[in-house]
Write a protein of this length. Structure first.
Length: 226
């Protein structure tokens, strides 16, 4: 089920594309985390969907993942969630075969019930199985999840529960789905020599530890409110 913390900390945004962002509290400061391909290289403003309209807010670029780490950390002058609606950023103890969930706004879609004082939309939630959490030799923490990701989930949280009596935590940030070229065939079943890119049903997300490390290099977000 979606909790108030997940609803309040999953934002519908528009940067380089329509996508999702995740609100994280790190060392007493609040940050906006999304995919690097959503934020772009020189972001100074971002649009947030509030009260059934797009509001353009100034953002400060806190840090961006290097190489293929598809994470960008931003800060605004405002906070989007208070301390009691916590969603701790950690993947400590997560296991292969773990059930995980992810939230976002696929194809510019959302729930029609607003939440919070500024009328934020309710995100869609999907479920998957963590098939391969690992840290590569180059230090990149990359998760592969058996789930059908869709356009628009990029930048959203991958969340999980460490146990039945624990609250949800954010383990990773959604990046993309893996694609596989498929042959286009004609009505006789013969190859046309053309291909299409098909969604394999495997999603890639990058570990939240990368966002934490970027934020700690530049702790400029607003203070988390009680």
């Amino acid at each position: 089920m979606i909790t108030p913390a997940i609803a309040l900390r999953t934002l519908f945004v528009r940067g380089e594309c329509y996508a999702t962002a995740t609100v994280l509290d790190i060392d007493g400061k609040q940050f906006i985390v999304t995919a690097r391909h959503v934020a772009g290289d020189d972001i100074r403003t971002m649009q947030f969907y509030l009260n059934e309209a797009w509001a353009e807010l100034p953002v400060v670029h806190v840090g961006t993942g290097v190489g293929d780490i598809d994470i960008a950390v931003l800060a605004t002058e405002r906070t989007f969630a208070v301390r009691r609606f916590a969603l701790p950023p950690t993947a400590d103890g997560i296991l292969v075969g773990q059930e995980v969930f992810f939230a976002g706004f696929p194809y510019k879609s959302w729930g029609n019930v607003p939440t919070g004082a500024d009328g934020r939309p309710i995100p869609f939630v999907k479920r998957g199985i963590l098939t391969h959490p690992y840290t590569r030799r180059d230090g990149v923490q990359e998760f592969v999840i058996d789930a059908t990701n869709n356009e628009g989930f990029s930048g959203g949280p991958v969340f999980w529960r460490p146990g039945p009596n624990h609250d949800y935590c954010v383990a990773a940030i959604v990046s993309k789905f893996l694609i596989e070229p498929l042959d286009v065939i004609n009505d006789r079943g013969e190859s046309t020599g053309q291909t299409v890119q098909a969604n394999t049903g495997l999603m890639v997300a990058y570990g939240v530890d990368h966002a934490i490390a970027l934020a700690r290099q530049n702790l400029i977000g607003p203070d988390v409110r009680d």
